[in-house]
Structures are given as structure tokens and as C-alpha cells.
Design a protein around this ligand. Structure first.
Ligand SMILES: Oc1ccc(-c2ccc(-c3cc(Nc4ccc(CNC5CC5)cc4)n[nH]3)cc2)c(O)c1
Length: 310
């Protein structure tokens, strides 16, 4: 670490800390994830090695780049590129939301990143505003795969018992404790993010897992039969009734000013049944991006921004 000057904390992850640092010789800014001492703790060592293996698979213009990995005095260090700001910073600056064109430039790049991860059979599992980095030129880089998982079978999904995802962006299957979930959890989070960007407010700001389910049911109605069964079998919810979905407020009623195309895209992501949610690769072809040939024009613009960032 002596080659780097620490400039302060960027964030606290579950298995380590992320520091903003400057490389003393080159002046380059980086983000360094320092894992807790791993030699005594086999779990941390296993987590670190799994994260490193996964990160080395993920090279894409819209994913934050892993630059170096080293181990010193029983600790692993992951050195990443430092990117100027996060989507959370932008949302805090714009409490009523971002304009549609800015939003779709960011959304398109998030989908490119997520579609690439899913093609590699990797689920991010914690897509949220603070994990969406934005460079000075407007290039989006998804980060923090501390919770990411390789799906056990490329077909779809696997059996995962460890818990993940920041509550507000958590899909119904995660909230009821379904261990058989897949990349559709990232699509749900994307749908939540889309509406938050356009309104400036989190879509479902639950203050507990149960409250999170209530927010979702009040908007979309009952959980699927499978999720209801898992809910009532979940010891964390024993004795609790699922809310009646009377007094539902569907998205189009809640957001009458959102452009219908954007609302349609959100609804393609926010199906209660994970099987009905669109794939990220399909969403890149949604009319929000293909109307006025945005997706064709923007890719050229984006490549120029990426070159400028280098
Ligand atoms: O497994 C892992 C672990 C960690 C990372 C990771 C890699 C890179 C970063 C990162 C963050 C970053 N820039 C950044 C810029 C601004 C903020 C916060 N803005 C403050 C509130 C005003 C936070 C972060 N640049 N690079 C963060 C996390 C990762 O991508 C994968």
C-alpha cells in the first residue's frame, strides 16, 4: 500500500473496505478494496478468491475495471479504476429526477453491463444507485460485485442460500427467501432504478423486509402462488398475514406523467413472476432505446466518450 496515498473511504462492503487512493508515482486515482485478514478466516479467503475469479471474467466498457490484485501481510487487495461519481450522487443533486434523455443514456449502459454479466452466467445481485458509477464524460461503469454469483447452471438460476441485495431493489423471490432465483433479480432492480431516475424518489422504500413486500403488493397485487407458499413457510414471517391487495395503486396511476414508453419498459422488468420479466438483452431493443434510432446514434457517441475517458 506504500505505493498509494489513501484519500479516504469510498464504501464499506461486507468483506472489506473500499478506499479512494492516489498512485504516488503516476498520480492515478484508484479504488482499492482491502479484504479483512484472510489467513485465519477460511471463509474470507474463499470469498476473496471467488470474487477475484469472477472479476477477472468481467471485462467490459460498462463495468469497472480491475487493475491489480495483490496480497500483502495476509490481506488481499483489489485495485480498481476510480470513477468520478455515482448515480446516487446525481440523484441527490436532482431530487425530482433526471431528464429522459440523460436517464436513457445511463439506463442503456446499465443494460449493456448487466446483459454482459448475464451472458457470462453471472448475476450482480446488488444493482442500486451507489453501484452505478458515472465518469466525467458520462460513461457508466457498474461496480461492486461483492455479492455477485456465478449461476450454478448456465440454463438459469441456481440454488443460493446466502443473502444479498439492498432491500429497496430486492425482487419478491429474494424477499420471501426463494433459494432458486436467477438473473431476473437484476432485471427487477433495473426496473426500480428506472423509475427512481425519472422521479427522483425510490420506487419501493421499504423499512423492513415485510414492509418491502407490502410496498410491492400494494402496487402489483398478490405474490405468485410459489412466493406466497414460501412466505408462509418462512420462519422470519411466522404468524404474519400477507396484505390484501385491496386499494392497489398500479404504476400508471402512481406515475401519470412518466412517458408511456418508459413506463412500459419498467413494467417489463417488474413482473411478480421472475419468468415473465424481460431479459436485459431484449430490453436493449425496447422502443425507449430504438425510437428515434437512439441506440444506433448513442453507441457511436459512447465509443467516443470511452476513448476520451482513457
Ligand atoms: O468485488 C468488488 C468490490 C469493489 C468494487 C468497487 C470497485 C470500484 C469502486 C469505485 C468507486 C468509485 N467512485 C466513487 C465516486 C464517488 C462515490 C461517492 N460519492 C460521494 C458521496 C459523495 C463513491 C465512489 N470508483 N471506483 C467501488 C467498488 C467492485 O467493483 C467489485
Amino acid at each position: 500500500m506504500e505505493r498509494y496515498e489513501s484519500l479516504g473511504l469510498v464504501g464499506e462492503g461486507s468483506y472489506g473496505t473500499v478506499l479512494k487512493c492516489r498512485h504516488r508515482e503516476s498520480g492515478r486515482l484508484v479504488a482499492i478494496k482491502k479484504f479483512v485478514d484472510s489467513d485465519d478466516d477460511k471463509t474470507v479467503k474463499k470469498i476473496a478468491l471467488r470474487e477475484i475469479k469472477l472479476l477477472r471474467q468481467l471485462r467490459h466498457d460498462n463495468l469497472v475495471n480491475l487493475l491489480e490484485v495483490w496480497k500483502r501481510r495476509r490481506r488481499w487487495y483489489l485495485v480498481f479504476e476510480f470513477v468520478e461519481r455515482t448515480l446516487l450522487d446525481d440523484l441527490e443533486q436532482n431530487p425530482t429526477g433526471l431528464d429522459l434523455n440523460t436517464s436513457r443514456q445511463i439506463l442503456f449502459q446499465i443494460l449493456r453491463a448487466a446483459a454482459f454479466c448475464h451472458q457470462q452466467h453471472i448475476i450482480h445481485r446488488d444493482i442500486k444507485p451507489e453501484n452505478i458509477l458515472i465518469s466525467q464524460c458520462g460513461v457508466v461503469k457498474m461496480c461492486d460485485f461483492g455479492f455477485a454469483r456465478t449461476m450454478t447452471s448456465p440454463a438459469e438460476g441456481g440454488v443460493y442460500t446466502d443473502y444479498v441485495a439492498t432491500r429497496w431493489y430486492r425482487a419478491p423471490e429474494l424477499l420471501v427467501g426463494d433459494t432458486k432465483y436467477g438473473k431476473a433479480v437484476d432485471v427487477w432492480a433495473f426496473g426500480c432504478l428506472l423509475l427512481e431516475m425519472l422521479t427522483g424518489q425510490p420506487l419501493f422504500p421499504g423499512d423492513s423486509d415485510l414492509d418491502q413486500i407490502y410496498h410491492i403488493v400494494r402496487c402489483f397485487g398478490n405474490l405468485t402462488a410459489r412466493h406466497q407458499e414460501l412466505f408462509y413457510r418462512n420462519p422470519g414471517f411466522s404468524g404474519v398475514r400477507l396484505p390484501e391487495h385491496s386499494g392497489r395503486v398500479p404504476l400508471d396511476q402512481r406515475f401519470p406523467t412518466i412517458p408511456p414508453t418508459a413506463l412500459d419498459l419498467a413494467q417489463s422488468c417488474l413482473h411478480m413472476d421472475p419468468e415473465r420479466r424481460a431479459q436485459c438483452s431484449e430490453l436493449l431493443e425496447h422502443p425507449l432505446f430504438t425510437q428515434d434510432a437512439f441506440h444506433i446514434r448513442f453507441v457511436d457517441e459512447l465509443n467516443a466518450k470511452i476513448q476520451k475517458d482513457h
